[in-house]
Ligand binder design. Sequence first.
Ligand code: NDP
Ligand code: GDR
Length: 375
Amino acid sequence: MKRALITGITGQDGSYLAEFLLDKGYEVHGIKRRASLFNTQRVDHIYEDPHVEHQRFVLHYGDLTDSSNLTRILQQVQPDEVYNLGAQSHVAVSFEAPEYTADVDAIGTLRLLEAIRFLGLTGKTRFYQASTSELYGLVQEIPQKETTPFYPRSPYAVAKMYAYWITVNYREAYGMYACNGILFNHESPRRGETFVTRKATRGLANIAQGLEKCLFMGNLDALRDWGHAKDYVRMQWMMLQQDQPEDFVIATGVQYSVRQFIQWSAAELGIKLRFEGRGVDEKGIVESVRGDKAPAVRVGDCIVAVDPRYFRPAEVETLLGDPTKAKQKLGWTPEITVQQMCAEMVAEDLKAAQRTALLRAHGHAMPVSREPGGN
Ligand code: NDP
Ligand code: GDR
């Protein structure tokens, strides 16, 4: 039985990858941060009681900022494959916590690679690094492929650039089977609530159920190449099954705007949209108001308002991937379209909003969860 170790197992990709590997017959180990709440919602359905014999799903406490526990876990698990998905993965948050982001996303990757090397697992353990289309940032070529130069535009992307190159370096220096998946945005009903797609589907579902009045968004003109996380974790595994380690771009090859995604979500819910706010003209077109500190939005009865607080100090305006290499060498093609994914996300968020509305109707206090900045 093959053994895999996943960092970031409680995240979107970690949970889908764990399911995928369990289906393939793997023993799956995951590193989970200690938190004051359980924070295991995405993996509760595959959890196995540690008191049973032949447990195939095992969680370990650990953190990418702590070499001692990474080394101990690696020594104990002796994995055939390591998937490094753990990260402070929010681009906007990385501007607020740049040093922590670098520690986890850049040095965390080095800590894992070094632990594999120290323990003499270099010949046994294959390593997958969750690299990102954010590396392309201010794009130098359209569409972006494996050879396109990087130009990172956030502390997150700069940290991920270190992680990318240290992975290549360990491959070249020590002959490790280590590769980068340069993944473009991928989403699902398990996507974190503050990423743009989930923020839209959840916010609009709440509006549809009368739980909220308005969706406050940032740059509606940003263009992204969105796929489904299920398709992308399959590819993470495929990358580690080749004879030679190589880096691959994973994308759909099609891009849409944030505005378009919001419009699909609203259409799924039968909501007629109105865009409002500073920087939005009567057609809903956002002018360039970046850097404008005054969030002069008019709430009233509007549905989608542009609030400059969600603009980033440096924006990645457009990303479009070229997955030709992955298609040709690995035979990978995405199976779920962005429109199907949007419908699935809306349906799941609507169910959750309906549950909340029902509980409220029966007198239970059911506040809608929020993060700093209200996003
Ligand atoms: P999520 O934000 O959903 O999950 C991130 C995971 O990392 C969570 O399990 C989180 O734990 C964990 N984590 C955060 N900080 C630490 C730490 N200090 N030590 C250990 N674990 C930590 O991200 P996704 O699942 O969407 O993405 C997976 C990976 O792929 C990330 O590295 C991301 O940067 C990268 N990526 C994602 C893309 C996407 O579109 N989704 C595209 C390209 C790359 P907790 O639950 O405790 O917060
Ligand atoms: P991204 O994803 O930054 O591409 O990083 P996100 O969904 O956060 O933003 C995509 C685009 O939408 C614009 N946007 C908003 N974004 C958020 N979060 N909230 C808003 O209100 C909003 N309004 C407009 C953003 O400015 C941006 O242009 C994701 C993460 O998963 C990374 O970890 C990963 O590496 C990349 O995708 C590929």
